[in-house]
Design a protein around this ligand. Structure first.
Ligand code: SAM
Length: 285
């Protein structure tokens, strides 16, 4: 029940015939940037909400699932990632998780829209607490162009933390972009991209995986995790490797990690590598 001071923000998800709603007290901010429409809401139970082009990006309450799973599986799979590039990720939550790894010497984050980061600093300051880390470089540019111009074999991990594959993010989901990433990665390097919901977007996940193979990645794995604020409440990240396989990870490193997480641990990582039957069948695993 909402009171007269409260209403609901609802994201309708056309292709799955469902919607997800949050009870909100007020809209704190709305603006149209050159790239997208950004809104910030204050909710009664989920903290602040960030919405881009009508799609839920994150809530204070549940962003840890996504940000931890975008960072730690890749970081604990690579033997020693020194240089990481994040494409998108303007809310800075993934950046904060990557910087928890002492072996990382430099992280370049490339988001097309500086306003996302400025609003995250104001409304999600906890996600931006590592932005001043001397290892972090925040650039505001098109990630497609940045990866195309990247020096060959100069990066250990590329993380694509983007909006859905429409608008400015559309070109982040095709073989041409994946080829740029492949070229920029050192041998053994890892690519990871948010890959939407296995229940609602399995066709997209299949297309991504086949485009990654076309681009040269030999090993491709899709990991799943809960994400209550996104359509269907269940989300995925697809990892791909230049060279060696992706079946294992530094389990001991994950067990003895020197930083706190709320979702990720070694057992979760192992479990995330197992796929439900219908997903295995769809993906031909
Ligand atoms: N966790 C979110 C999700 O999956 O819904 C993504 C959050 S993050 C805010 C997504 C970011 O991708 C946005 O800040 C947006 O500006 C950025 N983005 C979209 N297209 C981009 C591009 N071509 N290059 C760089 N950043 C891009």
């Amino acid at each position: 029940m909402s009171t007269p001071e409260q209403s609901w923000f609802t994201e309708e998800h056309e292709s799955s015939g469902s919607s997800i709603g949050f009870r909100v007290r007020e809209r704190l901010h709305a603006e149209q940037t050159p790239f997208q429409h950004i809104e910030i809401y204050d909710s009664t139970d989920w903290g602040k909400l960030m919405v881009i082009d009508g799609c839920m990006m994150l809530t204070t309450r549940d962003n840890f699932f996504y940000h931890e799973m975008m960072a730690h599986p890749a970081l604990f799979t690579h033997s020693r990632a020194k240089r990481v590039v994040i494409i998108g990720g303007g809310d800075c939550g993934t950046l904060r998780e990557v910087l928890r790894h002492d072996e990382v010497e430099q992280v370049v984050q490339v988001d097309i829209d500086e306003r996302v980061t400025r609003l995250a600093e104001k409304y999600f300051p906890e996600l931006c607490e590592s932005n001043g880390d001397p290892r972090a470089e925040l650039r505001f540019d098109d990630g497609i162009r940045y990866m195309a111009d990247c020096d060959p074999e100069s990066v250990d991990i590329v993380i694509v933390d983007s909006t859905d594959p429409v608008g400015p993010a559309e070109g982040l989901f095709n073989a041409a972009f994946y080829s740029s990433c492949f070229k920029a990665l050192r041998p053994g390097g890892i690519f990871v991209q948010q890959s939407e919901s296995p229940l609602a977007h399995i066709t997209l996940i299949k297309q991504m995986r086949s485009a990654l193979r076309v681009a040269g990645f030999q090993a491709v794995r899709t990991l799943t995790f809960p994400q209550p604020c996104y359509p269907t409440g269940w989300w995925s990240a697809t990892l791909a490797r230049k060279g060696a396989d992706l079946s294992g990870f530094r389990e001991r490193g994950a067990q003895t990690k020197q930083f706190a997480t709320r979702y990720y641990n070694a057992e979760i990582h192992k479990a995330a590598l197992s796929l439900p039957e219908f997903v295995r069948e769809e993906l031909g695993e």
